[in-house]
Design a protein around this ligand. Structure first.
Ligand code: ADP
Ligand code: MG
Length: 239
């Protein structure tokens, strides 16, 4: 996909959670476009709907209404196996808590998505090792997650996210469990991946982390604002 074309396009997306009889609206008409090759962060406080939005973008959940286009495909009413395939091949995920399987080594964690993608066994090791090299962890390939620091675990998770060569990397508070210096190293990796052409969407509550992106959008109470809109909101005293 060439740079500048929308890869993610949300129009009027709404989402509520149902808890018993209580209908709890979380996203109130989100319109958001990300172009190929962008590095965008979505910045907002806890509870503003960031993870709900990320789950929709990542095809982990579906909106109540609105339109979601991923590339040229409308994400609506797709069978679960198609959603799973999108999650496996088109989007790489990075989470605050790394989400590595604890009982298998770093390289086995990185190889897992290739098993789901039905990549032949003979290619899995080399591809996973290449991703570990890219994040500077080839020498830790056989370590278990608990034998790695937090920053190293997150780098393994990034390698796992990229091993199927997705064009989009989605990250939900990727530095939330890391100290600031280690978090900055993770942001360096994101910036270099973005330079290689991967579209990065990162969700965070941390202004400093958000500023590593080339564009910031703001989320407040389930509504998205551009920088200018958000500044106007703060001036008007509503922010
Ligand atoms: P953020 O990631 O910005 O902290 P979330 O998207 O996780 O925000 O949550 C937004 C709101 O939706 C919160 O008030 C949260 O309690 C609520 N919420 C999130 N997930 C669920 C769920 N599965 N069921 C009910 N309420 C939820
Ligand atoms: Mg969250």
């Amino acid at each position: 996909m060439s740079a500048g074309k929308p890869v993610i396009s949300l129009t009027d997306i709404t989402k509520s959670y149902q808890m018993g009889d209580v209908h709890f609206p979380v996203l109130h008409g989100i319109t958001f476009t990300v172009d190929a090759g962008e590095f965008v962060s979505v910045l907002g406080p806890s509870g503003s709907g960031k993870s709900t939005l990320m789950n929709i973008i990542g095809c982990l959940d579906v909106p109540d209404s609105g339109t979601y286009m991923l590339g040229r495909r409308t994400v609506k009413g797709l069978p679960e196996r198609t959603m799973a395939r999108i999650r496996n091949r088109d989007i790489g995920f990075v989470f605050q808590s790394f989400q590595l399987l604890p009982r298998i080594s770093a390289i086995e964690n990185v190889m897992l998505p290739l098993i789901y993608a039905k990549v032949p066994r003979a290619q899995r090791y080399a591809r996973a090792m290449a991703e570990l090299e890219r994040v500077g962890l080839a020498d830790k390939a056989n370590n278990l997650p608990r034998q790695l620091s937090g920053g190293q675990q997150q780098r393994v998770a990034i390698a796992r996210a990229l091993v199927t060569r997705p064009r989009i990397l989605l990250a939900d508070e990727p530095t939330g469990a890391l100290d600031r210096a280690t978090g900055a190293q993770i942001m360096d990796i994101f910036q270099s991946l973005n330079k290689e052409g991967i579209t990065v969407v990162m969700i965070t509550h941390d202004q400093k982390v958000a500023s590593f992106a080339s564009r910031i959008v703001y989320i407040l109470d389930g509504k998205l604002y551009s920088k200018e809109e958000y500044a106007a909101l703060e001036l008007s005293g509503e922010g």
